[in-house]
Design a binder for this molecule. Structure first.
Ligand code: S3P
Length: 445
């Protein structure tokens, strides 16, 4: 998506309690992977509950450009007819991933194992994000970057390997995007491709690869790390995928329900994969009432119903080791921390600097402009909670959906309204966010 100069500002004000029962849209990570693995499999993959957001729709377009057939049925089911491992066709035009680091980086991995050349591009936010962390390991496997922008950024042209090599790659960062890119390239390599990560990142790629018929083994490595080994050149078979509700999207109305007095909201089918639930653990430590029932895992990923009631929160210390399991949730956690009594210290947040925006700076700015005291010390963020937030600020969203949603959540309970300069990017992950929040009782104007 190009960022038009037309901004859509919005203001959130304090209103009555939030109440109701909702299912937030499908998980973004799983939606990208279902399309990509469906495209690399032989036969049909039917996907229920795919997240129909701009990020995911860009991945769907890329899969079509690479030769897969991707269709949406009238009932909202998506079907993908894949081309088989290493079967991608050369795309005729650059692949535009809009705002999506995940779509772009995972597809880079898949392309790296095919004898084709593709150009990757995105919006101004994605063009500013680091890509060497992805293309460096892919180069070890035989892929070549034939054109790139300064600092190894997009637009970038990648020539896939004719005969990809299996590697053992020790990733310097606990990143599911790096791990997934190497594993997707490894599908086309003979022998075992191994990724060692310093701490466990989300394992949706591993789970879904297994579901599609690949042989993949994951074992602990050191105190927090994992070693993941994939046997190359499997025959992947199209398989049904039911996408659970996205815990990273649910995070916004969940925090809103906690901070707006007397709220009581129930969330259906929220994915509860332990590598994604660091926010829920932290909120519970802060005193949040989050009741989990109806746990099930029949569709490959665990999920549950969550009942969230307004709660008095207290400041806590969030250990760095928890970061991979809540990497996208620190923005909205910082909002919860501002409404808590006492100090919340969040440690080890360096990866926040390379997300859709520099989220460490943008989160601190969002809080400060609304009268909250916040400090950044190295990689740590310290929020001084006072039990209430003065509000009254205008928040700069920096093309970042999660900044926009976090600021609007803050405005639901702050003393004075909170305004965001632009809500356009919410459509990248949670197109229904504004009407869904309004249905629960939020006052947005
Ligand atoms: C994602 C991984 C995370 C996360 C992103 C989605 C994924 O990035 O921030 O929103 O689906 O693999 P890193 O693993 O690179 O930290």
């Amino acid at each position: 998506m190009t960022h038009s100069s037309k901004l859509s500002p919005l203001e959130a004000s304090r209103g009555s309690p939030l109440t109701g029962r909702v299912r937030v849209p499908g998980d973004k990570s799983i939606s990208h992977r279902a399309l990509i693995l469906g495209a690399l499999a032989v036969g049909e993959t039917r996907i229920q509950g795919l997240l129909e957001s701009e990020d995911v729709l860009n991945t769907a377009k890329a899969m079509r450009a690479l030769g897969a057939q991707v269709l949406r049925d009238g009932d909202g089911t998506w079907s993908v007819q894949g081309v088989g491992v290493a079967g991608f066709a050369q795309p005729e035009a650059p692949l535009d991933f809009g705002n999506s680091g995940t779509g772009c980086r995972l597809v880079m991995g898949a392309v790296a194992g095919c004898p084709i050349t593709a150009t990757f591009d995105g919006d101004a936010s994605l063009r500013s994000r680091p890509m060497r962390r992805i293309v460096d390991p892919l180069a070890l496997m035989g892929a070549k970057v034939t054109a790139q922008s300064e600092g190894g950024r997009l637009p970038l042209t990648l020539q896939g390997a004719r005969d990809p090599l299996p590697i053992e790659y020790r990733s310097p960062v606990a990143s599911a995007q790096i791990k997934s890119a190497v594993l997707l390239a490894g599908l086309a390599a003979p022998g075992i491709t191994t990724v060692i990560e310093p701490a466990a990142s989300r394992d949706h790629t591993e789970l879904m690869l297994r579901h599609f018929g690949a042989e993949i083994v994951s074992v602990p490595d050191g105190a927090d790390g994992r070693k993941i080994s994939l046997t190359g050149q499997p025959e992947l078979h199209g398989a049904p995928v039911a996408v659970p509700a996205d815990p990273s999207s649910a995070a916004f109305p969940i925090v809103a329900a906690l901070i707006v007095p007397e709220s009581d909201v129930t969330f259906d089918d929220v994915m509860t994969n332990p590598l994604r639930t660091g926010l829920f653990t932290t909120l519970r430590e802060m005193g949040a009432s989050i009741e989990e029932t109806h746990a099930r895992g029949d569709t490959g990923e665990p999920m549950a119903q969550l009942r969230v009631r307004a709660s008095k929160l207290r400041g806590v210390e969030v250990p760095a080791a928890r970061a991979p399991s809540m990497i996208d949730e620190y923005l909205v956690l910082a909002v919860a921390a501002a409404f808590a009594e006492g100090t919340t210290t969040m440690r080890g947040l360096h990866e926040l600097r390379v997300k859709e925006s520099d989220r460490l700076e943008a989160t601190a700015a969002m809080l400060r402009v609304n009268g909250v005291k916040v400090g950044i010390e190295g990689d740590d963020m310290i929020v001084e909670g006072r039990g209430h937030v003065p509000g009254g600020g205008v928040v700069a969203t920096h093309m970042d959906h999660r900044i926009a949603m976090s600021a609007l959540v803050m405005g639901c309970a702050s003393d004075r309204p909170v305004r965001v300069d632009d809500t356009t990017f919410i459509a990248t992950s949670f197109p229904d966010f504004i009407p869904m929040m309004q249905r629960l009782g939020a006052v947005f104007a």
